[in-house]
Design a protein around this ligand. Structure first.
Ligand code: FUB
Ligand code: ZN
Length: 649
């Protein structure tokens, strides 16, 4: 028992068999991040982002007030938007993760205060929704588009996270009562329901895992099965376009194409993958792979962002990936991280982590300012200077979403099973990883994403025969992205290297990993050396927006040219194919970065305004996620390779 105790203590409070998973992601609570890239971001979320969320939720907007009104029996109406409750819950979830990373009694007190207010707003039958309770209770559960389920789902996610972080059950009990209320109203032999904004599905699986109550898993499965049967058409969705918008045209297991609202889609496929992890539903897996290919092969930005159209906050037609008009919501990139993690765990294939890494370091991280308290809702890939990071939004789904993702980023570093350990992301950390019945300590030291050297020291405590799988990113093997939507425009023969205790190993890569099978003992060392040459990328010819242009990438980071480093201009630069970009250490505000500098043709209007002139100038590119932190100014990710594509006005 004494041997088992550290293992039990290191596990999250709840574990459940997910029989059909290839491996289980290692919970962030087991992964102490201590590197120079992510650790300051975790700290910034804890000190700045959460403060911003709390201030906006409690003081600047009526979100908390709505709960207080319900609790006090006030006759006042709901203020704000019908899905505002969800922002309270998402902020609570981020607070929970942050408390686990760095205990903070004042933050915990604030969370407890909010939870008391939420609990006081619950009706005796378990219903909880401030919009309907204050405005028109008799109409509750009459309109599937009204996010009652979405709000409930976010409450469940917050409850599970807070219970895990603090052991306190109050919000969990509220959520159980809410879920029981939902379960008593909807389900086989009861009323039909198609979630208007998917979210509850994945949340119910989390509730199942913590309570071990099978009813919640069945309910999640049932909700997924309700889709695509036209149950909401003519009732909630009155236009066929709306059914595509909500991924409700055909049943989930028959879906082949990505359609509609990007965040809805991501949350739904995440939920479907979670259900499949328990049920082994092959239909879901096949459908998700086909839809995933449609996303990644034809509809994803180079930043890993998705959902190019503002009209539906989602997907339009294949290869329609405008840069200046990109919608590319932060929440959609967060959803890409969720879904790709699940796909990796179901299949054991690292190409999902390639996509996850791209979305995380680029599309998602761009949503959070370097100061930690400003946000992007949409993440354009080109700007004429009209974009700015904002303190908050009317629809404020993104701020707390990026906060909860960053605070729990440790979730994505490792996965394990009784067969071994999978190293997915390269983040300096000290981790306790369950392998069968043994806990393995793993220390990772790295200056990634700036440097490609990753040193891992393995300490199993007692000798252990097992496999360690080290991901070799696709971008380090000549694969810019799975499926070839983007490809490298240049040749680079530098290859990744894996060393074990000072001896170089053959690079046999299967499913994106190098596997090392041996008897491990304390102090064994794996070194990964990733080639960090600057790479030029082009898009498939079908992507009109990127025609005649290249993007720049180094390691997992996509770069952009911003006016702040280039005399205010970013649209008058020609990146000829021969240009060579030289890395240099620099800072963007207080963020240490590697910038890339090249001497390139820069076009400007001559003194007499009658002619243009082209001069060779030093041009600086910065990591995309750091742009627009020095005010609004021009920016481009895709640089023209010919003068006919430049803009000098
Ligand atoms: O509807 C709730 C959230 O608001 C969605 O996920 C976002 O796209 C925004 O519309
Ligand atoms: Zn959002």
């Amino acid at each position: 028992m004494r041997r088992l105790l550290p293992f039990l203590l290191a596990l999250p409070l709840f574990v459940s068999a997910q029989e059909h998973l290839h491996m289980q992601p290692v919970n962030f609570a087991n992964v102490t991040i201590n590197d120079a890239f992510w650790k300051p971001k975790l700290d910034k979320v804890a000190t700045k982002t959460l403060d911003a969320c709390i201030y906006q939720t409690e003081q600047k907007t009526p979100r908390i007030r709505n709960f207080e009104k319900v609790a006090s029996g006030s006759k006042e109406k709901h203020e704000g938007i019908f899905y505002d409750d969800s922002d309270v819950f998402k902020a609570l979830e981020a607070m929970a993760y942050s408390l686990k990373n760095r205990p903070n009694p004042a933050l915990e007190k604030k969370a407890d205060e909010w939870i008391d207010k939420v609990a006081a707003a619950q009706l005796p039958d378990g219903y909880l929704n401030t919009y309907y309770t204050l405005n028109e209770l008799s109409k509750r559960w009459t309109d599937m588009s009204m996010h009652e389920d979405y709000n409930g789902g976010h409450m469940i996610e917050a409850a599970v996270a807070y219970f895990d972080a603090t052991g306190k059950r109050k919000l969990l009990d509220v959520s159980i009562r809410w879920a029981d209320h939902f379960d008593s109203t909807f389900g086989p032999g009861k009323k039909h329901w198609v979630t208007g904004h998917q979210e509850l599905e994945l949340a119910l699986v989390k509730l199942y895992r913590v309570t071990q109550n099978h009813r919640y898993l069945k309910l999640a499965h049932w909700l997924l099965e309700e889709r695509g049967k036209k149950l909401a058409y003519g009732y909630t969705w009155t236009d066929w376009k709306d059914t595509a918008y909500a991924q409700d045209v055909v049943p989930v297991r028959e879906q082949k194409e990505i359609t509609g609202h990007a965040v809805r889609a991501m949350y739904m496929y995440t939920g479907a993958a979670d259900v499949a992890a328990h049920t082994g539903d092959e239909g879901y897996l096949l459908a998700m792979r086909t839809v995933w290919e449609d996303v990644v092969f034809r509809n994803m930005y180079i930043t890993g962002g998705i959902g190019s159209a503002g009209s539906n906050e989602g997907f339009s037609v294949d290869y329609d990936l405008p840069n200046e008009q990109a919608y590319c919501e932060t929440c959609a990139s967060v959803g890409m991280v969720f879904w790709n993690q699940r796909m990796n765990a179901l299949t054991g294939d690292a190409e999902y982590i390639d996509v996850l890494e791209r979305s995380l370091y680029n599309g998602a991280l761009d949503g959070l300012s370097l100061s930690g308290d400003r946000f992007f809702y949409g993440n354009v890939l080109a700007s004429t200077g009209k974009n700015s990071r904002r303190e908050w939004f009317g629809t404020a789904c993104c701020p707390a979403n990026i906060a909860r993702l960053v605070a729990s980023v440790g979730n994505y570093v490792y996965a394990s099973s009784d067969q071994g350990i999978w190293v997915n992301l390269f983040v300096g950390n000290n981790a306790s990883i369950p392998v069968g019945k043994q806990m393995v300590n793993m220390q990772m030291e790295t200056n990634y994403p700036w440097d490609g050297a990753v040193k891992m020291t393995v300490k199993p405590g007692k000798k252990l025969n097992t496999k360690i799988y080290v991901r070799i990113p696709g971008w380090a093997r000549g694969i810019a992205v799975p499926g070839g939507l983007y490809g490298f425009a240049d040749q680079d023969d530098a290859a990744a290297e894996v060393w074990l205790n000072g001896k170089k190993l053959d690079l046999n890569v299967a499913q994106g990993y190098v596997m090392i099978d041996r008897q491990w003992q304390d102090g064994d060392q794996i070194e990964l050396r990733l080639p960090m040459n600057v790479r030029k990328i082009h898009a498939r010819k079908e992507v009109n927006a990127d025609e005649g242009r290249i993007a720049i990438q180094r390691g997992p980071l996509v770069y952009c040219v911003e006016g702040a480093d280039n005399s205010g201009r970013a649209w008058n630069i020609v990146a000829d194919a021969q240009a060579s970009f030289v890395p240099a250490q620099a800072t963007v505000l207080d963020e240490p970065v590697i910038t890339l500098t090249a001497t390139l043709p820069v076009v400007s209007v001559g003194a007499n305004s009658l002619a243009v002139q082209t001069e060779q100038k030093k041009v600086v590119a910065i990591p995309y996620y750091t742009w627009c932190n020095r005010g609004s100014n021009e920016m481009q990710v895709w640089l023209p390779t010919a003068i006919r594509k430049i803009r000098i006005d």
